[in-house]
Design a protein around this ligand. Structure first.
Ligand code: ADP
Length: 508
């Protein structure tokens, strides 16, 4: 039976298109085709593979406006954000990979210790095989395409399953791959929901790269563990945003508003807990309220905040806000949930007077909600920031850069931005990934290419000698080895003793 994925514009409710799901029976075929394509793709020179990424970049650049419109329609995000936060980072990732992949993945000569005298050592990078990429709906282009191209560069073939919540973008990505002219089956896109995702996960990929919820991440990791399939998991966050009294207050407040409300807060690294030093708390609150109330909600080019993308997420946000208000939180800006309409727009919310037992304080909200909490000391705020199951990103705001580095050093987080928010993800030279429930592994940077390859250790001997000292027979060698190692590993190497024992062993 063919199932259809309905693409609906969440901001307007308009039906956009029907996209055919990939049938379960096709999963086996996808893997077969991917393995067949791997035979040739993996043997191409890396420069040839990178040529395809350059072509993909051209396709994206030529169709940039249309691509932005597809993202806007499918997610409800505003056009500027589609361009700045989804398309641009993808293009920048292509640039960085095209520029550096050849060097990063070329064989590396490493040192060979004296005990292995006469040999040479190398590390080589070998593609893993077929990589499964499962991606989410909040940045449906970037979070799908960046792992795909990173895997392709290393010589893997890829099966991508984009989110069923944004199927139009998934379809458009597939069309862009087709326009690029990748060799047949090097990159295949499977459309569908969690059942298709689950079938693909069980289909024996050589690597799984997953971005999504903690709940699904755990399921995937369990399946992968049974088959010993390596994974990267990019999961959620509850990022702390720490403002000290000596910060540039205006900048920190504007940064908080952007960090909390960009993409309607549907960002794994959005500012979800704003900690403000007590002495500036009231001032900060006032500026943040003023800045928030200036924001324009809508869908056009001048809008600041779009709609929520996924109806279920709106319900989670509603639940968090209700829970907080029922437990005594104060609504500083925005409207109470009982006044929300049926649309997918949520007016940005600022909450004060928060307590630790409120869900909005400890659980990921993934919506346009900014809880603001006062703190007294550096130690206290570091403790609170780290008292979370998550650890994806964090930010520290202060004019004392020494203090900033000190605090950043103590935060259990995959990234920290200082007097900035979110942008660490936009520098492809930096690693990206989380600690604790925020995930396993890193991508972007050199690491983002290496994870898709086996690191192969090569040791080379010209093969001229007939034997090695550690080979059989052992007769009469124990004492000489004892002297060899004692002289070699001694605090001050005893070279004469070393040489004598070595020559003795050679003669045995
Ligand atoms: P989100 O709420 O951010 O979409 P999910 O974890 O539900 O997070 O979904 C992220 C991606 O994982 C989507 O592409 C979805 O279809 C896929 N997915 C969901 N459940 C499973 C599963 N059990 N196995 C494999 N993929 C899944």
């Amino acid at each position: 039976m063919m199932t259809i994925l309905e693409a609906v514009n969440p901001a307007t409710g308009e039906h956009l298109d029907d996209i055919q799901e990939t049938a379960f029976e096709e999963v086996e075929l996808y893997y077969h085709q991917a393995r067949t394509a791997f035979e040739k793709w993996s043997t191409l020179a890396i420069s040839e593979r990178l040529n395809y990424l350059t072509k993909l970049r051209s396709v994206m650049v030529e169709n940039m406006d249309q691509l932005a419109q597809v993202i806007v329609q499918d997610t409800g995000k505003v056009p500027t954000e589609a361009l700045v936060a989804d398309i641009m980072p993808t293009l920048d990732a292509i640039n960085t990979i095209v520029k550096h992949a050849e060097k990063i993945l070329s064989p590396k000569r490493v040192k060979t210790p004296l005990l292995l005298i006469g040999k040479k050592s190398y590390v080589e990078y070998m593609p893993r095989g077929v990589v499964l990429v499962i991606s989410p709906w909040n940045y449906p282009l970037q979070l799908a395409v960046v792992p795909v191209i990173s895997a392709l560069a290393g010589g893997n073939t890829v099966i991508l399953k984009p989110s069923e919540v944004t199927p139009l973008v998934g379809k458009y990505i597939e069309e862009m791959f087709q326009k690029t002219g990748f060799p047949k089956d090097v990159i295949q896109v499977a459309h569908g929901g969690k059942e298709v995702g689950a079938a693909l996960t069980k289909g024996n990929p050589d690597y799984i790269f997953f971005t999504g919820s903690v709940r699904t991440g755990r399921i995937i990791q369990e399946v992968a563990a049974k088959k010993l399939i390596p994974t990267t998991l990019e999961l959620g966050g509850k990022d702390p945003f720490i403002v000290f009294q000596d910060a540039n207050l205006k900048r920190a407040a504007k940064g908080a508003v952007w960090g909390a409300f960009t993409n309607s807060g549907q960002v794994c690294m959005s500012a979800e807990r704003i900690y403000v030093e007590e002495s500036i708390y009231d001032d900060f609150l006032n500026i943040v309220k003023e800045e928030t109330e200036k924001l324009i909600q809508g869908t056009n080019e001048d809008s600041d905040i779009g709609s929520m993308t996924f109806p279920k997420q709106k319900e989670i946000v509603k639940h968090h806000v209700k829970d907080a208000l029922e437990k005594g939180a104060v609504l500083v800006s925005g409207s109470p949930p009982e006044n929300w309409d049926d649309s997918m727009f949520i007016q940005p919310i600022i909450l004060a007077n928060l307590k630790q037992d409120m869900e909005v304080v400890w659980d990921e909200t993934f919506g346009p909600v900014m809880p603001i909490i006062p703190f007294k000391t550096e130690e206290e705020v570091i403790k609170w920031a780290n008292e979370s199951n998550y650890g994806l990103n964090a930010s520290v705001w202060t004019s004392d850069l020494k203090k900033a580095r000190r605090v950043a050093g103590k935060l259990v987080s995959g990234a920290v931005t200082i007097n900035e928010v979110l942008v660490s993800v936009a520098n492809h030279y930096l690693p990206f990934g989380g600690t604790k429930d925020s995930g396993i592994g890193r991508y972007h940077s050199d690491e983002g290419l290496k994870i898709f390859c086996h690191e192969k250790a090569i040791i080379l001997d010209k093969g001229k000698l007939n034997k090695e000292i550690q080979w059989y027979p052992y007769k009469g060698k124990y004492a000489a080895f004892l002297k060899l190692f004692q002289s070699y590993f001694h605090e001050r190497k005893k070279w004469i003793q070393f040489l004598r024992s070595y020559l003795k062993l050679l003669k045995k």
